[in-house]
Design a binder for this molecule. Sequence first.
Ligand SMILES: [Zn+2]
Ligand SMILES: [Zn+2]
Ligand SMILES: [Zn+2]
Length: 362
Amino acid sequence: MSSFGKPPPLSREVAGSNSLAWVKLFQKPGAVGGGGGLGKSYQPGSMLSLALTKGLLNEPGQNSCFLNSAVQVLWQLDIFRRSLRQLPGHFCLGDACIFCALKSIFSQFQQSQERALPSDSLRHALAETFKDEQRFQLGHMDDAAECFENILERIHLHIVSDTATEACTSKSCITHQKFAMILYEQFVCRSCGASSDPLPFTELVHYVSTTALCQQVDRVLGQNDRIRSDMFGELLQAANTIGDLRNCPSNCGQSIKIRRVLMNRPEIVTIGFVWDAEQSDLTEDVVRSLGPHLNLSGLFNRVTDENAKRSELHLVGMICFSSKHYSAFAYHSKSSKWIFFDDATVKEVIPGHQFSRSSHIK
Ligand SMILES: [Zn+2]
Ligand SMILES: [Zn+2]
Ligand SMILES: [Zn+2]
């Protein structure tokens, strides 16, 4: 995470606390299912369209659910899967190569006849890569959001071989071309017009506190307003800026809010929900506040790219943490169905159907 320059305060908390995080992924609707034509051609009951969904094994003691969930979501992200396939080459690290290990799982997803596959090669590569930091080590449980983020960072390094992630402009870097939010934050005083120096940074995951999110939901409901599904971005922005007050840089006496400005148009946006407390009773409130769409102009104070201003992203994947275990939901664009991934178990999500207790989102 430190390679991002100064991250906003929340993501530093995440890095330190191994917190419980959800990850939600949004992508451009046009990118889903090749424009909808494929969705229509799907025949109910056809094995072909769901054949590319397989489970990932997690033997007792492996504790690989965090990794399996991240891999499933990456595989189901059409933009990511296709971009990775089209890459001609990479800087290979041999046995510890996360890039090779991920590509190998992806090709197994396509070719294998098994219903569930081992993710061991990627687990090993991850453990080897983060050996010095003692993170993602074999047998140890870790954080799925950070795993997801680190896989993306590593892919950048395998393609660009440059540690300066901040200024990555490589057209072939999937990580920065598709996932990165290029931002700057600044304090501008409405009263006297003074402003702090703009602080640029890049985010792959936008972290939001669940406590702050629920406070914003309560605030809206307290104004006798209902929560509309198109308010999700604004709720996230309010949750992310609340309390982030500074004194006016020219000391005019005003306290002013932070402004975050988006300067590019990411195709995939990842939101990481930070559960501030180990025992949270906010689960239901958080679930209720989640919207299926996300407007970038709601999520940030200002969006400079004209296309980004208009773009509405659709929810396509979710990683959940419950009872010390990660599982994932992903939108399978070819069949227009949601699929639930719990290690080796893969289930189609039937709208209105309750999952059994063990697999219920917590
Ligand atoms: Zn390699
Ligand atoms: Zn890059
Ligand atoms: Zn001022």
